[in-house]
Design a protein around this ligand. Structure first.
Ligand code: UT7
Length: 323
C-alpha cells in the first residue's frame, strides 16, 4: 500500500503553559536542606515552576491546549476528542479533561483522563492515535498537565527538589500520507509499584497522599527500559537510530537523558533537554519539551521525532513520529 493510502495521526499544532512563579535551586535551599551544587550535579535541574493557588492542572492544560489549537489553525468546534494525561487532577472526579473541554468550549465531544504518571502523555497519544486511525475522531487534543507541587512532601529533600508544574498539548489530526505517528510501544509492570508511588488515594486513605520514590532504583530501571523500548519502536516503525532527528525524552534527570542517548549511540545534540528549566513535570514533560523545540525552530516539518517516557507503575513507552 502506498503511504498516500494510509490514514495517520499528524501533529498539527503544539502548545504549553507554565505557572507564573519560577523557583531557583538557591531559593529552594532556603526552605529545604539542599544546595544548588547537589541538585545541578545529580539532576541537571536549575529551575522549576510552581503553581500559585489560582493555578491548577486544568488552568495550565486549558492554556496549553488553546495555544495548540491556535497553532493548528483550528477552533473549538473542530475538536472531537480530548485525552488528558495527569496524576494530579483538579478533583478525583470529574475528569480534568471535561473541565478543560468546558473552558475551551468544545462541549459534547469525547473527553477523558489517562493515568500513567510520567508516561501518561505517551499513553494518551497512543489512545488518541488509535481512535483517529479507526475513524472515531478527526481532530484530537492530547494534553499532559500536572501540578506535582501539590503532592510533594516538602520535608523530603530527596524528592521535592526534583519536580515542577506545567502543561503541554498537541493537536492530532487525521490525514492520509507519510507524516504522523509511525509507531508506538507501551509497557507496564506493576511489580515495581513500591519504587514510585503516592501514599494515599480516594479509594484507600481518602486523602491525596504524597509522592514517595526510591530514586536510585528508579534510575536504574529507567535507563534499561527506555533503551529497550526505543529499540522496539524503531524496529516496529522501520526506522534506524541514525534516522532520528530529535529524541524528546521525559525530563526526569539530565543524567538519565545522557545515559539513554549514550546506550543508543545517539549524539547529545539530538536530545531535547528542558529538565534544566522545567524540572520533572511528569506527564507534561514530553509535550512541554516538544513545544519548546517547535517554537524555537529546532524541530522542522518532516523531521523524524522519537518521544519516550518512563514513570510510576512502572509504565514506559515510546513513539516514532514524522513531524
Ligand atoms: O519521573 C519518574 C522517574 N523518576 C526518575 O527517573 C528519577 C530517577 N532517579 C534520580 O533521578 C536520582 O536517583 C536522584 C536524583 C533522585 C538521586 O540521585 P542519586 O545519585 O541516586 O542520589 P541518592 O538518592 O543515592 O542520594 C545520595 C546522597 C544521600 O546521602 P548519603 O546517604 O550518601 O549521605 C542523600 O541523602 O544525597 C543525599 N541527598 C541530598 N543531598 C542534598 C538526597 N537528596 C538531596 C538533596 N540535597 N536534595
Amino acid at each position: 500500500m502506498s503511504d498516500n493510502a494510509i490514514l495517520r495521526s499528524v501533529i498539527k499544532g503544539t502548545g504549553s503553559a507554565l505557572p507564573r512563579t519560577r523557583v531557583s535551586n538557591a531559593e529552594l535551599s532556603k526552605r529545604v536542606d539542599t544546595t544548588d551544587e547537589w541538585i545541578v550535579e545529580r539532576t541537571g535541574i536549575h529551575f522549576r515552576h510552581i503553581a500559585e493557588d489560582d493555578e491548577t492542572t486544568s488552568s495550565l492544560a486549558t492554556e496549553a491546549a488553546q495555544k495548540a489549537m491556535d497553532a493548528a489553525g483550528l477552533v473549538s468546534s473542530d475538536i472531537d476528542l480530548i485525552v488528558l494525561a495527569t496524576a494530579t487532577p483538579d478533583q478525583t472526579f470529574p475528569a480534568t479533561a471535561t473541565i478543560v473541554q468546558d473552558r475551551l468550549g468544545c462541549n459534547g465531544c469525547v473527553a477523558f483522563d489517562v493515568a500513567a504518571v510520567c508516561s501518561g502523555f505517551l499513553y494518551a497519544l497512543s489512545v488518541a492515535d488509535s481512535m483517529i486511525r479507526t475513524g472515531a475522531a478527526k481532530h484530537a487534543l492530547v494534553i499532559g498537565a500536572e501540578t506535582f507541587s501539590r503532592i510533594l512532601d516538602w520535608e523530603d529533600r530527596a524528592t521535592c527538589v526534583l519536580f515542577g508544574d506545567g502543561a503541554g498539548a498537541i493537536v492530532l489530526s487525521a490525514e492520509f500520507g507519510d507524516k504522523g505517528i509511525l509507531g508506538t510501544r507501551l509497557h507496564a509492570d506493576g511489580a515495581h509499584n513500591q519504587l514510585l508511588y503516592v501514599d494515599g488515594g480516594a479509594g484507600t486513605t481518602g486523602t491525596v497522599g504524597k509522592l514517595r520514590m526510591k530514586g536510585r532504583e528508579v534510575f536504574r530501571h529507567a535507563v534499561v527500559n527506555l533503551a529497550s523500548v526505543l529499540r522496539e519502536v524503531l524496529e516496529e516503525s522501520g526506522q534506524s537510530i541514525d534516522s532520528i532527528d530529535w529524541l524528546i525524552p521525559h525530563q526526569a534527570n539530565a543524567r538519565i537523558l545522557d545515559a539513554t542517548a549514550k546506550k543508543l549511540g545517539m549524539p547529545a545534540e539530538k536530545v531535547i533537554k528542558t529538565v534544566d528549566v522545567h524540572a520533572n513535570t511528569s506527564a507534561a514533560s514530553v509535550p512541554l519539551a516538544l513545544d519548546t523545540a517547535v517554537r524555537d525552530h529546532r524541530i522542522k516539518r518532516d523531521d523524524l521525532l522519537v518521544l519516550e517516557a518512563m514513570g510510576g507503575g512502572f509504565t514506559w513507552g515510546a513513539s516514532v513520529i514524522r513531524y
